[in-house]
Each structure stands twice: as structure tokens, then as C-alpha cells.
Write a protein that binds this ligand. Structure first.
Ligand SMILES: O=C(O)CCC(=O)C(=O)O
Ligand SMILES: [Fe+2]
Length: 248
């Protein structure tokens, strides 16, 4: 099954991210919200906390199922490949208002230090299931730097193998200094899925609305990702069969 249109696949390729509606049934969204609201009630941040607050929950099947048991999984496989590995971990990303905040730059996940296999922590595709209204700016929306995945791979091509990783690690903040594009806030509604390339610079946004921002993130990998992270810097579509086919 290929739920994404060719236009959506092309937009993902150009921007490095895509907001996809209509992939997750309302009952799955409701079940996930019940889990998240349970976490908010049972393990809240300290009283008066504002800003982001994350839960890393290994066991929440209702959260994983929003992706793995719906057309969102077919869409993720459509972009990458049918052998995409099922996620084991969910990040529950909450932003408590009022939090007036503008990120100074974008980061890449896992670039604070190299791992024992010599590369950064890497994965293929970030999938975020939106659980609160984020249809306007400053509702805790994810900030993204459109096209930054292309800027990073262009830097690597110009300066040589390994230079992009070195530059981002050297920043000490996981922020790729070579990025010149301006950020946008991702607008999305409950049940929408935001897909983002592993090399897309992004960051946590502010929340001046009157509701807690609720998104669940899953980081998805194809088999061999840990061994092939170098190839991904040379070709961002190395693990994206669907994007390569759509471009052909
Ligand atoms: O809070 C968000 O939406 C983004 C979180 C993030 O970028 C991260 O945890 O690496
Ligand atoms: Fe991140």
C-alpha cells in the first residue's frame, strides 16, 4: 500500500520533512492520548514547570500502535523500504505553557558525541504523531530548517568524507553551522504525522497557547543503518528507496 501521493514524496525530498494527514484513525489517536494524559497525571514535572518535558516509555503499545498498526507505517515504508524495523521506543514530547521561546538554531539528533561504532547515533526516519492542536505558530510546534538535509550533504561533498559529522560534533551543541536556510514552525493537527529525514535540522519550539503541546516521536531505522551512516552523508536517499524511485 502506498498512501502518500507522488507530490507528497517529492515535497519530503525537497524539504526533508512532510506533514501527512489522514493516516491514523481517530480511535488510535484517542487511545494514545489516554496514555499520554495518564503520564501527565501520574508523573508530572515539578509544580510550575514550563517548557519541554519528555517521557521515554518503552512499554506503551498504544503509542507505538499509532504508527505500526496504521497507514502511517505504510507511508514510512513507502518513503524508505518494506524492511523498516518496528520501533521499540517512544518519546513523549510535551511542552508546558507559557513558554515564549525561539530556538537559536537547529540540531541533529545524536550529534553531541560519537558512539562506540565511530559515528553519531543514527537512524533513518523520524516519525512524530501529533496529539495536540499545533495548527498555528507558538503552540509548541517543532521548528524545522527546510532543505537543511541537502545543505549538510552538500557540505560533505564539497569538503570531503566525514567533514559534516566532524563540524556538527565540533559545535558541541549538535548544531550544523553550515545551514543557511531559515526555520519554519511545523503546523499540524491531532492525528497528523510529521515525517522528517534524520539529517533535517530541527528544534523544540515555544508554547504561548493555553494547552500542553503533545507529540509522540519514534525514530525508525532500516537494517544496516548503524553500519551505513557514512553513506547517508554522501547520499541522503541511500536508505530511501521510495524517494529514489519517485525521483527517477
Ligand atoms: O520537542 C520537539 O518537538 C523536538 C524534540 C527534539 O528535537 C529531540 O528530542 O531531539
Ligand atoms: Fe531532536
Amino acid at each position: 500500500m502506498s498512501p502518500l501521493t507522488q507530490d507528497q514524496v517529492h515535497r519530503f525530498a525537497d524539504d526533508g520533512f512532510l506533514v501527512a494527514p489522514g493516516l491514523i484513525d481517530a480511535d488510535r489517536v484517542e487511545a494514545a492520548l489516554a496514555v499520554v494524559d495518564g503520564l501527565i497525571a501520574s508523573s508530572p514535572p515539578p509544580a510550575g514547570h514550563t517548557g519541554h518535558h519528555f517521557h521515554w516509555d518503552q512499554e506503551a503499545m498504544a503509542l507505538l500502535a499509532t504508527l505500526t498498526e496504521t497507514s502511517a507505517w505504510d507511508a514510512a515504508c513507502q518513503l524508505t523500504g518494506a524492511d523498516l524495523l518496528a520501533p521499540q521506543q517512544v518519546q513523549v514530547a510535551l511542552t508546558y505553557p507559557p513558554y515564549p521561546h525561539l530556538p537559536g538554531g537547529g540540531h541533529l539528533d545524536g550529534f553531541h558525541a560519537l558512539t562506540e561504532h565511530g559515528g553519531p547515533f543514527s537512524f533513518t526516519l523520524l516519525a512524530g504523531v501529533i496529539l495536540s492542536d499545533q495548527s498555528r505558530d507558538n503552540m509548541g510546534n517543532l521548528f524545522v530548517w527546510p532543505g537543511s538535509h541537502r545543505e549538510i550533504t552538500a557540505y560533505e561533498r564539497t569538503h570531503g568524507t566525514g567533514t559534516a559529522v566532524e563540524a556538527v560534533i565540533a559545535s558541541g551543541t549538535a548544531q550544523p553551522a553550515m545551514i543557511r536556510s531559515n526555520p519554519v514552525q511545523v503546523h499540524a493537527c491531532p492525528g497528523n504525522v510529521v515525517f522528517a529525514h534524520y539529517l533535517l535540522a530541527h528544534n523544540i519550539g515555544g508554547n504561548t497557547s493555553d494547552i500542553i503541546r503533545k507529540t509522540i516521536y519514534m525514530r525508525l531505522s532500516r537494517p544496516g543503518n548503524r553500519e551505513h551512516w557514512r553513506e547517508i552523508f554522501a547520499d541522503p536517499w541511500y536508505e530511501y528507496d521510495g524517494v529514489r524511485t519517485a525521483a527517477a
